[in-house]
Design a protein around this ligand. Structure first.
Ligand SMILES: [Fe+2]
Length: 343
């Protein structure tokens, strides 16, 4: 892997300090001691600094000092080992990467997922397969014949749960690690995806709250999240196939070693606590973590591939006119095998 160097933009002079990351051999500029987030979720037009991989034409442009970056110059259909390592380093640092101007068919997307880990097949709930591979999640409002789904379509109603904050597949014993979502067709308005930084949200908790939640276990269930929207039309066999699972409320990211919250709409209650107490705590933490200072909103363009780390972020889709406009996004997700190991 080549050396990655931060190149401050020309207008940034004087105060920059350089430090070396021991794990990746990366030399990067230390972030400012105090950084004030903008009051609203921001877009990506104003990167603060540039990271360049010397031997590959890839630039990583952070949107915020440690959350969300834009990757320029990558061809995800033909990643070299050096480019793969550079993207891996970037995802460990920024948690969400936007890679624009890609041309990915279903084969390319599946291959990309396998490049970064073991692929977790999606539920693809009651769906007649529209995509080429069952390992890909169909994040669209289209049926197998590429027609818009009806308002009362069961698959559509199930998918509306993705409008609630969640981490992919947290309802599974082995949940999602990295998700890669590619935009084939986007609506003219709406349909954005928002991401929340659960590492920064944990860091911002006061010490008594950090102590209070340490070691707590949370029960997650897909039927809890769907039930919040009043969608409960699932068979006994469907419920039996996805029983509730337990995950820690506070996790240590396996690579960055940063502490992070782990919750979302699938998170039902705190194990061992009275149900109302646990749900109130989870609501408080969700309200805290989704304050705008922790949230980035991505407005999709055709050809965008967004990679995010489910182990330390939540996300939600935003509404759009799905009765009129198609929205065809396709996702591959890797398995979070670190969940099988003690923290
Ligand atoms: Fe999702």
């Amino acid at each position: 892997m080549g050396v990655i160097r931060v190149r401050p933009r020309p207008e940034r002079t004087g105060a920059a300090k350089m430090s070396r990351c021991q794990r990746h051999g990366v030399e990067r500029e230390a972030p400012p001691a105090v950084y004030r987030f903008p009051p609203q979720a921001i877009s990506v037009e104003f990167p603060q600094e540039s990271v360049r991989e010397e031997t590959m034409p890839i630039e990583v442009l952070p949107v915020r000092p440690s959350f969300v970056a834009r990757v320029i110059g990558a061809d995800l259909t033909a990643l070299s080992p050096a480019a793969t390592a550079a993207i891996g380093t970037a995802i460990d640092t920024y948690s969400v990467l936007i890679v624009p101007d890609q041309h990915l068919d279903d084969d390319h997307l599946l291959t990309l997922g396998k490049t970064f880990g073991d692929v977790e097949p999606p539920r693809n709930h009651r769906v007649v397969q529209r995509l080429k591979h069952a390992e890909l999640a169909d994040i669209s409002n289209l049926d197998a014949n590429n027609r818009l789904r009806a308002a009362d379509d069961h698959r559509r109603l199930d998918s509306l749960g993705n409008r609630l904050w969640h981490s992919d597949a947290s309802f599974r014993e082995v949940p999602g690690a990295l998700s890669m979502l590619f935009a084939h067709v986007v609506p003219p308005a709406g349909g954005e995806t928002e991401f929340a930084d659960l590492r920064a949200a944990y860091d911002a908790l006061d010490a008594p709250m950090q102590a209070r939640i340490e070691g707590l276990a949370v029960e997650h269930s897909i039927f809890h999240s769907r039930g919040q929207l009043g969608h409960t039309d699932y068979t006994d066999a469907e419920r039996a196939a996805l029983p509730p699972v337990l995950h820690p409320l506070v996790r240590v990211h396996p690579v960055s070693k940063r502490k992070t919250l782990y919750m979302g709409s699938h998170a039902s209650h705190i194990v061992g606590w009275p149900m109302p107490d646990g749900r109130l705590l989870l609501r408080d933490l969700m309200e805290h973590a989704t304050q705008r200072e922790f949230v980035y909103r991505h407005a999709w363009r055709v050809g965008d591939l967004v990679i995010w780390d489910n182990r330390c972020t939540m996300h939600r889709g935003r509404s759009y006119d799905d009765a009129t406009h198609p929205r065809d996004l396709r996702r591959v997700t890797t398995k979070d095998l670190s969940m099988l190991q003690p923290a």
